[in-house]
Design a protein around this ligand. Structure first.
Ligand SMILES: Nc1ncnc2c1ncn2[C@@H]1O[C@H](COP(=O)(O)OP(=O)(O)OP(=O)(O)O)[C@@H](O)[C@H]1O
Length: 321
């Protein structure tokens, strides 16, 4: 649905975004992640047509964005990082104006404004001047204008910025509901947000796209954690029979007689079969098996290491240990 090809943006001589390519299908919720200054906002501005790329293209349903800006922006919702909300306007006037900009008219305009006011829970502030609103309420007004007209593509820069926990939860539900009829791209620094919402993650580093993976792929690792009283020498000898086990490391030997071992596999596939084979070997040799589990990557550390040449697998072995 959304296709980004060789996208590039310079600010003077500085290259903020370089050769970014990805495709996003209808109904996906995609998280755009990266450290401060990585280029996320620049990409989002180009996706929403507010900033022209120096090179490359954005097409939505095979229609070029730059050449059909007005038409596409009617079906696009954008929550920018710094809301361009007019401080002197009241909330209701601002939503009315935003609806006009999207070409929503007449009876439909009233219905739409009512809908977004309810969905973002801002009815009690409708007549308040925007300059008097708290950060969280301003954010909700920004989200309300973004979802006006049921856009097919919703782009949100830090959507839960400034919201309290219950509003954050509410916003997540809202984003999920929107994704039933739209593609959603959101940038965030909050990993729980990514875990709770995203089907896929794009990680940007120094203007380059360095990771484009489904959540499930991103979290899966080729590591199994094993807790047993079988000593290391025997574990090494007996598990040789399983070809996929490449490396065995003792993680925690303090809990004697049980050790926690980290088994690195040559592949991230068939882990359940490999676990079954390991269990059989331990038990058939009359040792105790206290724990055996595949280890998921920890998103926080993945994100932290995003600038490294190779993203290391930092596993959470603590549960087993
Ligand atoms: N108008 C501008 N003029 C010059 N440089 C800019 C401009 N806007 C952004 N940049 C630079 O481009 C780079 C990418 O900025 P961008 O705002 O896209 O990053 P970001 O990933 O959204 O960061 P953050 O998480 O801090 O919001 C940064 O180095 C920034 O300083």
């Amino acid at each position: 649905m959304l296709q980004v090809t060789a996208l590039e943006r310079r600010y003077g001589d500085f290259v903020a975004v370089k050769d970014v390519n990805f495709t996003i299908n209808h109904g996906e919720i995609v998280g755009l992640l990266g450290h401060n200054g990585a280029g996320k906002t620049t990409i989002m501005k180009m996706l929403s047509g507010y900033l022209e790329p120096c090179h490359g293209s954005v097409t939505i349903d095979d229609t070029d964005l730059q050449n059909n800006l007005k038409k596409i922006q009617k079906n696009l919702g954008y929550l920018p990082e710094n809301l361009p909300i007019y401080p002197e306007m009241t909330v209701i006037d601002y939503l009315d104006y935003a609806a006009d900009l999207k070409g929503i008219e007449g009876h439909k305009k009233h219905i739409e404004i009512r809908r977004v006011v309810v969905e973002t829970d801002i009815s009690e502030k409708l007549t308040a001047q925007i300059s008097t609103l708290s950060r969280g309420y301003k954010q909700r007004v920004g989200v309300a204008q973004a979802i006006l007209g049921n856009p097919k593509l919703l782009i949100m820069d830090e959507p839960t910025n400034g919201l309290d926990p219950s509003q954050t939860q509410h916003m997540r539900e809202l984003i999920r509901a929107v994704s039933n009829h739209a593609t959603v791209i959101l940038s965030t620094h909050i990993m729980q947000e990514v875990e709770a919402l995203c089907d896929r993650v794009l990680i940007i580093n120094d203007g380059h796209l360095i990771v484009d993976k489904k959540m499930s792929e991103l979290k899966s690792s080729n590591v199994i954690a094993l807790k047993t009283d079988m000593p290391l020498a025997q574990v090494e000898e007996k598990l040789k029979a399983i070809q996929s086990v490449n490396k065995i490391k003792v993680i925690n030997a303090k809990d004697a007689p049980a050790n926690v071992y980290q088994l690195t596999l040559g592949t991230a596939e068939n882990q359940e079969d490999i676990c079954a084979q390991i269990a059989k070997i331990i038990l058939s040799n009359d040792f105790n098996l206290y724990a055996l589990q595949t280890v998921q990557r920890d998103l926080e550390s993945l994100f932290r290491d995003a600038g490294q040449s190779e993203i290391e697998s930092k596993e959470e072995m603590t549960n087993v240990a």
